[in-house]
Design a binder for this molecule. Structure first.
Ligand SMILES: NC(=O)c1ccc[n+]([C@@H]2O[C@H](COP(=O)([O-])OP(=O)(O)OC[C@H]3O[C@@H](n4cnc5c(N)ncnc54)[C@H](O)[C@@H]3O)[C@@H](O)[C@H]2O)c1
Length: 334
């Protein structure tokens, strides 16, 4: 029986919540007044915070030393994960490379050790909750508690038709979303206890701009963004925001798995898309970790808030902007 079926409130007969009590005009006026007062207090108290944010734009952020820390990179055997693992090793981090591709995980580990750090390969399917719990014990035994967790493993769209296959959709949800929840649950308690940690997630531009030809992928990347926002708030509510940091990364297109990148190059609206080399992403992610950057678009040609503006444009204006940027190429290829 699944957890869904065992939820007690679902097996009991449906009951409506208590009716919302009717309010007098006076009570409603009081509520409006209280809300306006709160807004006024907010406006007043936010002034120094806006000032602080503005000043920060013109000041080089201070950088923390991560040398000697233990980092874990999921999907670290290849592609962007490998470039992140290398950049972390260059900074003096000991690295756990976690991947289903054992052969390349071992090769990556061998190249990391050239930087005089400890590195170990772990063959783990990170969408498997029990396997991730075991991973937590194994890494702690071999390399010590994890300080930097990089949730990078993901399945990129490799065919349009697969986007509609239930098995592919489930697998993508498992690898691109659930794995980050499992690893975070596994490693966050020790970070909080030790008042030290950093959790990174590799979302995508598709976590803001959802292409119709990659619905499953975009769904997972939006979900990861939501998870990271909630995690950040959770840490703030627990009073941990100054000790355990989060970074969500939104990469454009990077030259990794041939099958996925060939498809991307041929996709609607993307044939002129610049494709970047992974090393740049690794370096940007490490810089973002060292400066506690919350969100970063790679390459840093845009700020995440600009993507939020795009996301909230009136639909016809957004479609026009997309068509203009893609020089009229936008069509559904399926
Ligand atoms: N390459 C890009 O253009 C691009 C752009 C935006 C975001 N991203 C994101 O960056 C991340 C890495 O992308 P990439 O291009 O390097 O992909 P990739 O396919 O080249 O590498 C992914 C790695 O993850 C591993 N992996 C897959 N499933 C796994 C699982 N269940 N457990 C453990 N390891 C697993 C693979 O074996 C592989 O080594 C993904 O989350 C992807 O969505 C990539």
């Amino acid at each position: 029986m699944t957890a869904w079926n065992t939820d007690r409130h679902l097996t009991q007969p449906y009951e409506w919540a208590e009716p919302v009590p009717l309010k007098t005009s006076l009570q409603r006026a009081r509520e409006v007044f209280a809300t306006l007062l709160n807004l006024l207090v907010f406006a007043f108290e936010s002034v120094p915070l806006w000032w602080e944010t503005l000043v920060a734009q013109f000041v080089t952020p201070s950088s923390k030393n991560i040398s000697g820390q233990t980092a874990l990179v999921t999907g670290g055997a290849n592609g962007l994960g490998q470039s992140i693992a290398i950049a972390l090793a260059k900074e003096g981090c000991n690295v756990a490379v976690v991947d289903v591709d054992e052969t390349n995980a071992r090769k990556t580990v061998a190249s990391l050790r050239r930087y005089n750090v400890s590195a170990e390969a772990y063959k783990v399917d990170v969408s498997d909750y029990e396997a991730v719990r075991q991973l937590g014990r194994d890494v702690e035994r071999d390399l010590g508690p994890v300080d930097i967790l990089v949730n990078n493993a993901g399945i990129l769209p490799t065919s349009f038709s697969q986007d509609a296959l239930p098995s592919h959709i489930e697998r993508s949800m498992g690898v691109n979303v659930l794995s980050s929840v499992w690893t975070t649950q596994t490693f966050i308690d020790s970070m909080i206890r030790r008042r030290k940690g950093h959790i990174v997630a590799i979302s995508s531009i598709a976590g803001y701009i959802a292409p119709g030809w990659a619905k499953t992928y975009a769904t997972t990347k939006f979900a990861l963004r939501g998870f990271m926002d909630a995690l950040e708030d959770d840490l703030y509510l627990r009073g941990q925001a100054n000790h355990v940091h989060t970074t969500t990364v939104f990469p454009f297109a990077f030259n990794t798995r041939k099958q996925a990148i060939s498809l991307l190059k041929a996709s609607s609206g993307l044939t002129r898309l610049p494709i970047y080399e992974p090393a740049m992403l690794g370096e940007t992610v490490v810089r973002a970790i060292k400066t506690n950057q919350r969100k970063v678009v790679v390459p840093e040609v845009l700020k995440p808030y600009q993507l939020s503006i795009y996301e909230n444009l009136p639909i016809k204006i957004r479609q026009l902007l997309t068509r203009t940027m893609a020089q009229g190429e936008v069509k559904l290829v399926d």
